[in-house]
Design a protein around this ligand. Structure first.
Ligand SMILES: Cc1cc2nc3c(=O)[nH]c(=O)nc-3n(C[C@H](O)[C@H](O)[C@H](O)COP(=O)(O)OP(=O)(O)OC[C@H]3O[C@@H](n4cnc5c(N)ncnc54)[C@H](O)[C@@H]3O)c2cc1C
Length: 208
């Protein structure tokens, strides 16, 4: 009999505990799993409060369907019927530039601009930053199997301005972390895959 202790009852710790117990059951291993949480409640950053008819999310309120793991977990836990689709008519991401909010086109948001016009149209970058991003298509793909940080990846492919003015504001807030220390493989595997498959991020239709 093995006893595994998972420290931290946020979504990562709870998922690790669930996965360990599930695999142990399937493979007929005798494993006991204990999740230890320092606070009085599990969930970590996931905090949901209800006030009257309103549901208030103190932390995450959505996940991207592009990465299927969380959707699969929700189905496994019998929560599929409680998932709400996003309202795409009202969707969109905008970044603050001075006192203005600048909407990001889907191509820029995914770091995969369809062409020069899409890059040229954004007021978020200087002309040299735009040209550097346009040149992304000619940057050689990294062949090393080892991981790198999100910051290193974006700087290498798209240039420093794209990192500082577009990628970092989005990814650092989404993952609540430092892009210089954030693993590309863990947080943006689709970007690495796109580089490996196509040799570039932009230049074609953005990935769905
Ligand atoms: C405002 C906000 C909005 C967000 N929106 C989204 C979103 O829409 N979609 C999305 O995918 N992500 C979103 N995120 C990111 C997401 O919430 C986090 O990435 C995720 O919840 C982190 O989970 P975790 O289990 O790794 O860490 P945490 O949720 O931080 O959990 C760690 C847990 O470990 C416990 N702990 C720490 N040390 C110890 C110890 N020594 N002993 C025992 N217990 C310990 C802590 O008390 C905590 O409960 C958002 C984050 C924030 C803050």
């Amino acid at each position: 009999m093995h006893h595994v202790v998972v420290v931290g009852g946020g979504i990562a710790g709870l998922t690790a505990g669930w996965e360990l117990a599930r695999r142990a059951r399937r493979q007929h291993h005798d494993v006991e799993v204990t999740v230890i949480e320092a606070r009085g409640r599990c969930g970590g950053k996931v905090v949901t409060r209800r006030r009257g008819d309103f549901v208030l999310e103190g932390g995450p309120d959505a996940f991207v369907a592009r990465k299927p793991a969380l959707y699969e977990l929700a189905c496994e836990l019998g929560l599929e019927g409680r998932l709400l689709p996003s309202n795409d008519d009202r969707g969109g991401v905008a970044l603050a530039a001075g006192k203005r909010l600048v909407p990001l086109s889907p191509g820029l948001l995914q770091l995969a601009p369809g062409g020069w016009r899409e890059i040229a149209a954004t007021p978020l970058l200087s002309w040299s930053g735009k040209l550097r991003w346009w040149a992304e298509r000619w940057q050689p793909a990294r062949r090393a199997e080892t991981d790198e940080s999100v910051a290193d990846f974006v700087r290498r492919r798209c240039g420093r301005e794209v990192l500082e003015r577009i990628a970092e504001p989005i990814l650092a807030s989404l993952h609540v972390g430092d892009v210089e220390r954030m693993s590309l493989a863990a947080t943006c595997p689709h970007l690495r895959d796109r580089e490996q498959r196509r040799g570039r991020l932009g230049g074609g239709r953005p990935a769905p």
